[in-house]
Design a protein around this ligand. Structure first.
Ligand SMILES: [Zn+2]
Length: 350
C-alpha cells in the first residue's frame, strides 16, 4: 500500500502536478509543526513527537533546497489578515511545548539556516526539575514494545506503575518514582535518560536565553498543557497563567503574547471565540493542511511533520498536492484517489 502510494506521488511529481499545486497554493502558508529531538540512549526511529537529529537536519535542508522561504509566524498572520505581503510559498516553523532537546538540538540548526521560528510553550513544565513522568512512561512502553520480547514482560507489574506515572493528581515525587521503577522493570537505564534530559523541558533561564535571539518568538500553549473542561473560566485561567509566566520571564506585558496553539490539537469553535476575546490573534491546530487567506485565524491548520513521512510525502505536503488529495476524498468520498498525508496523528502529550 505504502509502495503504491509513493509510486503514485513520484508520478504526480514527474508529470508536473506538484509544480502546479505549488503555484496554485502560493499565497497559502505552510505552518510546520515539530516538538523535540530523540536523544535517548536506546535506538528509536522517531515520530511526530521526537524527530531523529538526522531526520530534522534533513528536513531543514530540503526546505532550503526546494526554495520555500521561511517567515515568522507574526508576518504570516499579518499576510493571512491581508495586512502584509510575504514571499510566495512561505513556510512557518512552529515547535510545541518546550523540550530540552528543542533548545539544545533544534534551535541551533534553525539559527544556522537563518530560519525564524515560534515556540509555543506551556509554562508549567518549565519549572519541573526533571523528567516529565507521563511522557517518559509512555515512551518506555513504546521502546519495550518495539523490542518484540513480550514473553519476558510482566504486564501485571507494568500497569500500576504506568498508572501512577501518568496520574497528574499525584505528587511529582510519586510519579517520578513510578517512572523510574517502570524504566528499570523494562530494562532501560533511567540514569542515562536523566543525564541526557530526553524527557526534560528546558529550564526557565534557557528559555530566556533562547528568546533573546530576534529570530525566536515565544507564544502561548496554556500553563498546564490543557484547556481542561472547555469552560470560559478554565480557558481564561490557563491563558492568564501562561501569559503571566512568560511575561515574568521575558519582561514583557502579558497581553503582548498574541498567538496560541491548542494543547494536543484539541479545540472547539466556542473555545476559539473565547480565545479571540482574550486578545489572541491566531491559534493553530493539528489539522493537516496549508493555511490560506480566508481560513479562520483562530483554527489554523498545520503540516504536522513526522519521521514516518518520506521525502516525497513531505514534498507533497509542502507543494499543496497532499491538500488536493485530501480534498478529493472529501468531495468524492468513495474516490479511489491515493491516500496522502496520513500522518501518524500528532503527539502533543506534554
Ligand atoms: Zn503541546
Amino acid at each position: 500500500m505504502k509502495a503504491s502510494k509513493l509510486k503514485f506521488l513520484e508520478t504526480a511529481k514527474r508529470t508536473g502536478l506538484f509544480d502546479l499545486a505549488r503555484r496554485r497554493s502560493s499565497t497559502g502558508v505552510r505552518i510546520l509543526n515539530y516538538h523535540g529531538i530523540w536523544t535517548g540512549s536506546d535506538p528509536y526511529a522517531g515520530d511526530s513527537m521526537f524527530f531523529t537529529d538526522t531526520g530534522f537536519t534533513r528536513r531543514l535542508e530540503l526546505i532550503r533546497a526546494w526554495g520555500y522561504p521561511v517567515v515568522s509566524l507574526g508576518d504570516a498572520i499579518d499576510h493571512l489578515s491581508g495586512q502584509k505581503a510575504i514571499p510566495p510559498n512561505a513556510v512557518v516553523i512552529t515547535i510545541d511545548d518546550g523540550w530540552y532537546s528543542s533548545y539544545k538540538d533544534m534551535f541551533p540548526k534553525l539559527h544556522q539556516h537563518g530560519m525564524p521560528f515560534t515556540l509555543y510553550c506551556d509554562t508549567g513544565h518549565l519549572y519541573t526539575p526533571g523528567v516529565i513522568p507521563h511522557v517518559a512512561a509512555m515512551y518506555f512502553k513504546i521502546l519495550a514494545n518495539q523490542r518484540n520480547d513480550q514473553s519476558e514482560r510482566n504486564i501485571a507489574l507494568e500497569r500500576p506503575l504506568k498508572s501512577v506515572a501518568t496520574d497528574r493528581s499525584r505528587s511529582y515525587a510519586e510519579r517520578l518514582d513510578a517512572t523510574e521503577k517502570l524504566a528499570k522493570l523494562l530494562g532501560f537505564d533511567f540514569t542515562r535518560y536523566m543525564a541526557d534530559k530526553t524527557f526534560h523541558y528546558m529550564s526557565p533561564s534557557e528559555l530566556v536565553e533562547a528568546a533573546s535571539n530576534p529570530d525566536v518568538s515565544i507564544e502561548l500553549h496554556t500553563h498546564n498543557h490543557t484547556l481542561r473542561d472547555w469552560s470560559r473560566n478554565a480557558i481564561e485561567q490557563e491563558i492568564a497563567l501562561n501569559r503571566a509566566a512568560l511575561a515574568d520571564l521575558l519582561k514583557r506585558p502579558p497581553t503582548s503574547f498574541k498567538h496560541f496553539c491548542y494543547p494536543s490539537g484539541a479545540y472547539t469553535p466556542e473555545a476559539a471565540e473565547i480565545i479571540k476575546s482574550l486578545g489572541i490573534k491566531s491559534a493553530t491546530t493539528t489539522n493537516q493542511g496549508i493555511a490560506t487567506v480566508g481560513t479562520s485565524l483562530l483554527m489554523l491548520p498545520r503540516l504536522c511533520d513526522n519521521e514516518m513521512l518520506t521525502e516525497i510525502e513531505f514534498e507533497a505536503e509542502l507543494s499543496g498536492f497532499a491538500d488536493w488529495m485530501r480534498l478529493s476524498r472529501t468531495v468524492v468520498p468513495n474516490s479511489k484517489a491515493q491516500s496522502i498525508g496520513t500522518t501518524r496523528s500528532a503527539f502533543c502529550l506534554a
